[in-house]
Design a protein around this ligand. Structure first.
Ligand SMILES: *[C@@H]1O[C@H](CO)[C@@H](O)[C@H](O)[C@H]1NC(C)=O
Ligand SMILES: *[C@@H]1O[C@H](CO)[C@@H](O)[C@H](O)[C@H]1NC(C)=O
Ligand SMILES: *[C@@H]1O[C@H](CO)[C@@H](O)[C@H](O)[C@H]1NC(C)=O
Ligand SMILES: *[C@@H]1O[C@H](CO)[C@@H](O)[C@H](O)[C@H]1NC(C)=O
Length: 501
């Protein structure tokens, strides 16, 4: 019948009909809807290929990373940072984005003066509406610090043999004898795992329906510009959970707490659905109640969150390592693994680095290019400094130099051994041992000492010179490697739990 009808068409009509059909068909055949990013993605569509391939084989059109064009929302994008106050520097911060994105800082009374103060004078300084969740209610630097352990059931807290320090600290606060820092007998870290679920519930209660909730700790360094660029590419009404993957319960993955993790609005909705009655009134942290026994037996709060997200929100981690990264700045082992990827977060960065890096970030930000690992080489002076004394640059990615040459005779000979090995970028000489290193890395200061567990090494009579840590860098090779590894495009890595720390 179709041919009969078509034969009735005039040629011009036929051409128009074909053109319309192609216009509709071609996009349908070549673009696929990807709900996880809320986008159509160009590729050899599985519609053309017929049946979907089995899930364990990677689809051919999936590159390792997205080719996003992103734009900074900071205005101005960069500024002269000399002699500027924190308030002045913060004027460029895109505060309007915080209508949609809720940063949540988890901490404890014991580290307010150290870590939280640093955080509030650097990367988090510009976040006026930062939620600070802790183990006691107090005011710190004019900001409200909220006890979320108290959101657990009273009975659960009272009889709990893992929470006596919470009650002891409260007693000190109530009678006015709680001092700065950690009172010696209070083990603040023991309370930590009990804050993870209440903080999710409390964040929603205080700031409901934000698109994204970004959970981090006082010693997490977040490159907010990159965080904003990332989140702009995802749909908050899809259940999403971003972070650096670590193994959790029953073969699942959790977002490591140190570099922080992000939950989409839909994920939090699912987690807290029972915390509010049908009128929207708060009914207690039911999320916490569901996992009371897990909180007792699991060592770690991030693992409890991973499991709760898996069970209650039917959501798996979208692993974004190395953009979310457990290394501190001075410990990043720059190599192909940490290079063209945007830096979103780092853990345990020192207070000096945190302040320094924040100002440097302000001074060199680029509108269309996120901060990449490759860029931080400049901040760390890794192409300039050839030698550091009393410095350990080989406590990661190190391997012993070959024993058959002269490498063990002196620091200089050790350096020669590095030059002779094409995989070596830097070296360390300590106790007449020569360690070569296959990544480009700063490391940290280290006092002279005998670093060994072997009795025969410990027994020896080492001179002070022998005990020192002598660090060398082959800056020629480093520069050459950098020249050959220019980043044309940022690698916004696609979620994976195979690519892990
Ligand atoms: C910063 O301020 C000090 C004191 O006011 C001044 O001496 C110095 O030149 C200023 N530095 C810059 C880079 O503007
Ligand atoms: C406050 O409480 C602590 C802990 O129970 C106790 O050791 C201390 O004596 C109390 N101080 C005052 C002034 O009540
Ligand atoms: C989560 O991961 C498990 C194991 O890989 C898989 O069986 C399950 O379908 C995933 N769940 C979702 C919602 O993607
Ligand atoms: C890099 O070198 C500059 C100039 O010598 C110095 O001011 C800065 O502190 C160095 N940065 C680091 C992270 O060591």
């Amino acid at each position: 019948m179709l041919t009969a009808r078509l034969s009735g068409l005039r040629p011009l009509h036929f051409i128009v009909l074909c053109a319309v059909a192609l216009f509709v068909l071609i996009p349908w055949l070549t673009f696929e809807w990807h709900p996880e990013i809320g986008e159509h993605v160009l590729g050899a569509s599985s519609r053309l290929l017929g049946k979907k391939p089995p899930p364990e084989t990677k689809k051919p059109f999936e590159p390792e990373y997205y080719d996003w064009r992103t734009r900074s929302q900071f205005q101005p994008v960069r500024q002269n940072v000399n002699n500027k106050s924190v308030e002045e520097l913060c004027q460029s911060f895109p505060r309007h984005l915080l209508q949609d994105i809720q940063p949540v800082l988890k901490t404890g009374h014991g580290v307010l003066e150290t870590r939280v103060r640093t955080q509030l004078r650097s990367a988090s300084a510009c976040i006026d509406d930062l939620l600070i969740f802790s183990d006691i209610d107090e005011i710190f630097e004019d900001r409200e610090v909220i006890d979320v352990v108290g959101d657990l059931r009273k009975d659960y807290i009272q009889g709990n043999d893992q929470l006596p320090d919470y009650l002891a600290q409260k007693e000190l606060a109530d009678n006015g004898t709680l001092t700065e820092g950690n009172p010696a007998h209070i083990k603040g870290w023991a309370l930590d795992k009990f804050k993870f679920l209440p903080q999710i519930s409390r964040a929603w209660r205080m700031r409901p329906e934000k698109r994204w909730y970004v959970f981090f700790e006082a010693d997490t360094y977040i490159v907010w510009d990159n965080m904003f660029r990332l989140l702009a590419n995802y749909d908050p009404d899809v259940p999403l959970y971003f972070g650096s993957p670590s193994p959790s319960l029953a073969g699942t993955w959790m977002g490591n707490g140190g570099p922080g993790y992000v939950l989409s609005r839909e994920t939090v909705r699912r987690l807290v659905k029972d915390d509010f009655d049908e009128n929207g009134a708060y009914a207690g942290c039911k999320l916490c109640e569901r996992w009371e026994s897990e909180m007792m037996t699991n060592c770690c709060g991030d693992s409890i969150v991973g499991w709760a997200v898996h069970e209650d929100a039917a959501t798996n981690l979208s692993g974004l390592w190395p953009m979310f990264n457990p290394h501190p700045l001075h410990g990043v082992p720059f190599s192909k693994l940490y290079w063209c990827e945007p830096v979103i977060s780092m853990h345990k960065t020192t207070p000096e680095d945190t302040i320094g890096l924040w100002k440097w970030e302000e001074s060199r930000r680029e509108a269309f290019r996120p901060l990449l690992y490759a860029d931080m080489i400049q901040y760390l002076n890794l192409t300039d400094v050839e030698l550091r004394v009393d410095w350990d640059n080989a406590d990661w990615d190190g391997y012993p130099a070959p024993k058959d040459g002269d490498a063990y005779n002196s620091f200089e000979d050790c350096g020669e051994a590095c030059k002779d090995d094409k995989n070596c970028f830097q070296w360390n000489y300590h106790l007449k041992r020569c360690t070569l290193v296959k990544s480009i890395r700063l490391g940290s200061a280290r006092e002279a000492q005998v670093d060994s567990k072997k009795p025969e090494v410990l027994e020896k009579d080492w001179s002070h010179e022998d005990q020192r840590f002598m660090a060398g860098w082959d800056i020629e090779r480093i520069r050459e490697w950098i020249d050959h590894h220019q980043c044309d495009r940022p690698h916004w890595v696609r979620p994976s739990t195979e690519r892990i720390f």
